[in-house]
Design a protein around this ligand. Structure first.
Ligand SMILES: Cc1cc2nc3c(=O)[nH]c(=O)nc-3n(C[C@H](O)[C@H](O)[C@H](O)COP(=O)(O)O)c2cc1C
Length: 187
């Protein structure tokens, strides 16, 4: 079994990210090869990067960095569930990435994005460039959800549809292939 972390990027009060992440999580846990964990950046609650040294040295001074390092180190694959803010990614996910270095390296990352007409695609394109600097593998397979609010019901639950559910399966299967391949690079 490989460890998949589903990271919720948005942290603002009233955010919709957890509803979409919960939909994806319910599909991901059915994948036979992944141990799945939801990682909510609002709960992780990292401050703005406050480590004096470059993370590649892993000489962390703060307990919150050591905890974050341990969590990401234990992962074999990631899915980032992200909104799009002003045509880019939320600052919270960039900050969470910047905190660490080797812990991310040679691991695949896929994206579930949501927004208006763009479906969050601009945020994802920007994130792909960032994660290559960390020696990560960005997947081209993704779930992009335009006009996402139409899928959220009165109870706040995000309801998929056959096309979206299929995309999620495609992402998970491809992520698994990359996760197996890249694990050999880390051994
Ligand atoms: C600061 C801010 C900037 C936004 N910019 C965009 C944008 O560039 N593109 C887009 O599709 N939606 C944009 N939106 C609308 C978001 O898609 C919508 O608010 C969504 O719920 C944000 O995700 P969250 O609820 O998980 O924070 C923006 C929302 C906020 C709060």
């Amino acid at each position: 079994m490989l460890n998949l972390k589903i990271i919720i990027a948005s942290t603002r009060p009233g955010r919709k990210g957890p509803a979409i992440a919960s939909w994806f999580y319910d599909i991901a846990v059915k994948h036979p090869e992944f141990n799945v964990e939801l990682v909510d950046l609002a709960k992780i609650n990292l401050p703005f990067l406050d480590e004096p040294e470059h993370p590649r040295f892993q000489r962390y001074q703060h307990q919150h960095t050591k905890d974050w390092s341990g969590l990401i180190n234990a992962a074999d694959a990631f899915v980032v569930v992200t909104s799009e803010y002003n045509y880019g990614y939320p600052a919270t996910i960039k900050n969470a990435l910047d905190f660490l270095s080797k812990e991310w390296a040679y691991k695949p990352m896929a994206f579930v994005s949501y927004g208006g007409v763009s479906g969050g695609t601009r945020a994802v394109q920007m994130l792909k460039g960032v994660i290559t600097a960390l020696s990560m593998m960005p997947l081209s397979e993704a779930v992009h959800i335009p006009a996402f609010t139409k899928h959220i019901d009165e109870s706040g639950k995000f309801n998929g549809e056959p096309g979206l559910d299929k995309s999620a399966d495609v992402v998970l299967n491809e992520l698994y292939r990359w996760a197996v391949a890249l694990k050999t690079m880390r051994s």
